[in-house]
Design a protein around this ligand. Structure first.
Ligand code: GDP
Length: 369
């Protein structure tokens, strides 16, 4: 007898189980005549966007809906997980709409990095991924760095378009939207959420001063990011909050580094050299001999080698090995999506094995720093 009701704001199907999924509504609020989901409720009553996640298929369906609109697409990526948070194929889905790339969390990089170099790096990587963008802006939504330039660029490219904000989960999309709401929405007018009749875009519409809207879409969940496959309390250790202090290790071939029990780095072959680790400083790095590594892991995973805990590890895929040959003369990062990267200076080349949970994206790239 229970009918599935829809949100009177965004049109999404309502559910009372998962707070971080689309359509969540507290059971009591479901009794109302025109129930709205918690996400719409928060925007309407507190001017506050909330993080909501969608799996890939639903997300792509949503993206496809943008092609038929006249919009500026603001794509937010996380500089700390650049290759992990870039939406591949975005170009195809948004049609002729211009894409503005906002690179968030620049506060995490060590101080003293040349912003122009950073910008060049981002532009180059973006091109490599086949994404055409009208502008790239670096910012920190949380620390309020570079935000005027985000606003300025949106203003410059928007014309009479609505603004769709898209991103993977945990890139800081709601933090950024909340700043936009605070600084730019029309607070005199009641903040209403509107819907497309007949279609569910699962997007929340936030009116702006000039009658246009910012449209908040759910975040896409990518299982190739470590941050998506760990439990919540481990996520806190993975997502850095403060500028990263790189850890420099002088290693000989035949040495291994464990990053908690999340991944492992084996220096298989090459001259003695230094490796710089850029990961959340809340994670423990453990150095050992390669020949001892399997045994150490079997005995101490989830305890000395943690997080995750032993029980949590049962829900995380077993590791697979990625063999990487870093050639002499190339300044390279070994990137592990959601964890961070290891910088290898190309002075002498190195043969490296990375062990990471199956499905997690591991790749080499031109050095960011
Ligand atoms: P969403 O899932 O994309 O909506 O992301 P949230 O806005 O909820 O942010 C995800 C996490 O990243 C939270 O822990 C935020 O505090 C953090 N975060 C957001 N913006 C920044 C930033 O500019 N710098 C840093 N260091 N952390 C940020």
């Amino acid at each position: 007898e229970e009918d599935i009701r829809s949100c009177a704001g965004c049109g999404v199907k309502l559910q009372t189980e998962a707070t971080d999924k689309l359509g969540y509504v507290p059971a009591a609020a479901l009794e109302k005549e025109l129930p709205i989901c918690q996400r719409c409720f928060r925007i309407k009553n507190y001017n506050e966007a909330a993080s909501i996640a969608l799996d890939q298929d639903d997300f792509l369906r949503l993206l496809g809906g943008i092609a038929g609109t006249k919009s500026l697409v603001v794509h937010i990526v996380d500089l700390f997980d650049f290759e992990g948070s870039l939406i591949s194929g975005l170009q195809r889905f948004v049609g002729n709409n211009p894409v503005l790339l906002v690179v968030n969390k620049i506060d995490l990089l060590p101080k003293g990095i040349n912003p122009n170099r950073l910008l060049n790096w981002v532009q180059k990587q973006t091109k490599k991924e086949g994404l055409k963008v009208v502008d790239v802006v670096l910012c920190s939504a949380k620390r309020n760095i570079g935000f005027e330039r985000v606003i300025e660029s949106i203003g410059r490219h928007r014309g009479d378009r609505d603004v769709y904000v898209v991103g993977a989960t945990n890139v800081g999309k709601s933090t950024l939207i909340n700043r936009l709401i605070r600084d730019y929405s029309d607070l005199e007018r009641e903040l209403t959420t509107s819907r497309y009749p007949g279609t569910t875009l699962d997007a929340v519409h936030i009116p702006l001063d000039d009658g246009k809207e910012i449209i908040d879409t759910p975040g896409i969940v990518y299982k190739h990011r470590l941050t998506e496959i760990v439990p919540r309390d481990v996520l806190g250790a993975l997502l850095p909050d403060k500028p990263i202090k790189q850890l420099v290790y002088q290693l000989n071939a035949g040495q291994t580094l464990f990053f908690g029990a999340l991944a492992r780095f084996d220096f298989i072959d090459g001259d003695r050299q230094s490796f710089s680790i850029y990961i959340s400083n809340a994670l423990q790095v453990h150095r050992t001999k390669l020949e001892r590594a399997d045994e150490l892991f079997a005995e101490h995973k989830g305890e000395l080698l943690a997080p995750p805990s032993r029980e949590q590890l049962e829900d995380i895929p077993a590791w697979t090995r990625h063999r990487l040959n870093i050639r002499r003369g190339t300044d390279t990062d070994i990137f592990i999506s959601g964890l961070g990267w290891i910088h290898v200076n190309g002075a002498s080349g190195a043969l490296i094995d990375i062990h990471a949970p199956k499905g997690i994206r591991v790749l080499t790239r031109d050095a960011l720093i």
